[in-house]
Design a binder for this molecule. Structure first.
Ligand code: UT7
Length: 330
């Protein structure tokens, strides 16, 4: 029997309406539009309304992905949610998304791979579908990073934004075949990006709040170096595994963490023209797990792929975690 290949058969994304511009940030911390643009390429990011959460944004992106796949919520068998800003530590955000979508038949689970969540979900969904366990898996990557961003810390608050993305991965239908996914992790460097309090090591207390320990802490320039190297290496591992060259890639979608990281990556792919590197960093900033999925959804809406065209995507984040994937239009 021919093995069924997992395909992305529908995509969706959701960005909150409120814009936080560099000019707004100039009024909040000692920074400048010029510094932010030069060092990060960012001009704006989106911020969720008080009544919007990771689950509600994720459900909206999920609804759009299900509609674009041309199926209904009750055909979803499993929901995978990648987030580092879950609504609660428990219950899972996947259960809240399941309820919001009315996907009554679906089981679900949250996955914590920080900004690399999207490729991690892709490999899990591919495995579920190609093993024949499930027919339709909904992957959702959603973040309300504004809830854990310290707007008194200029080294981090300029970077992050809120948003959500989703894909339906299925054994049936036309779409983007998930040809290959390569993942990696290095817990030796867990301290480089961390939210110190709120877990069992440092439960919430008056002291942790007073010490501002419930926010993202990042050793920015160290993380920068690892991001470039790891994303490049995982992309090349994927290409080598498939026996294809970068010349056979139509688009590269890197994690939208910093335009300088994206440019440094681009230099390492000499056959990929710069207009084939898809960027949303200028308008959405770093939306962590959601970033690659939001960019993929925008790319497909803006320039649908011809049959046989390939997208290479890659992400990197806390853990450290990283990953890359190759998608081919069928
Ligand atoms: O998604 C997970 C992965 N995340 C990333 O990949 C992020 C990786 N890191 C970065 O994108 C960059 O390291 C940052 C954008 C965070 C920082 O850029 P940088 O070029 O590495 O700057 P830096 O941290 O080395 O800081 C340079 C200077 C410092 O001043 P001194 O010590 O040289 O006097 C900072 O205090 O820039 C200062 N600075 C700022 N100045 C104005 C830091 N943040 C700001 C700011 N405005 N917002």
């Amino acid at each position: 029997m021919k093995k069924s290949r997992a395909k992305i058969v529908g995509t969706g994304s959701y960005l909150p309406h409120r814009i936080l511009s560099n000019q707004d940030l100039e009024k909040m911390v000692e920074t400048s539009d010029e510094w932010i643009v030069t060092r990060t390429g960012m001009r704006e990011r989106r911020i969720a309304a008080p009544e919007e959460f990771t689950s509600t944004m994720g459900a909206e992106a999920g609804k759009r992905a299900i509609a674009s796949a041309g199926i209904s919520a009750d055909q979803i068998d499993f929901i995978l949610v990648a987030t580092l800003t879950p609504d609660y530590i428990f219950p899972s955000t996947a259960c809240l998304v399941q309820q919001a979508l009315g996907a009554k038949r679906a089981s679900g689970v949250d996955v914590q791979a920080a900004c690399a969540g999207f490729p991690y979900l892709l490999l899990m969904a591919k495995s579920f579908v190609e093993s024949g366990i499930y027919k339709n898996v909904l992957i959702v990557a959603a973040e309300k990073l504004s809830s854990i961003t310290n707007y008194r810390d200029r080294s981090t608050c300029i970077l992050f934004g809120d948003g959500a993305s989703a894909c339906v991965v299925s054994a049936e239908g036309e779409g983007l075949e998930i040809e290959s996914v390569c993942l990696g992790a290095d817990g030796e460097l867990a301290d480089l990006i961390v939210m110190p309090a709120g877990g069992c090591r440092l439960p919430a207390s008056q002291q942790t709040v007073a010490e501002e320990q419930h926010y993202i802490k990042m050793a920015g320039s160290e993380v920068f170096k690892h991001a470039v190297r790891r994303m490049e290496a995982s992309c090349k591992e994927c290409l080598e595994g498939l026996g294809i060259s970068e010349k056979e890639i139509s688009w590269l979608i890197p994690h939208q963490a910093n335009l300088r990281i994206i440019d440094a990556m681009a230099k390492r792919f000499e056959h990929l023209p710069s207009d084939r590197i898809f960027k949303t960093v200028e308008k959405y900033g770093n939306t962590s797990a959601s970033s690659v999925g939001i960019a993929l959804d925008e790319l497909l809406r803006r320039s649908p792929l011809a049959q046989g065209e390939r997208v290479l995507l890659t992400a990197f984040g806390a853990g450290l975690t990283w990953g890359a994937g190759v998608l081919r239009a069928t």
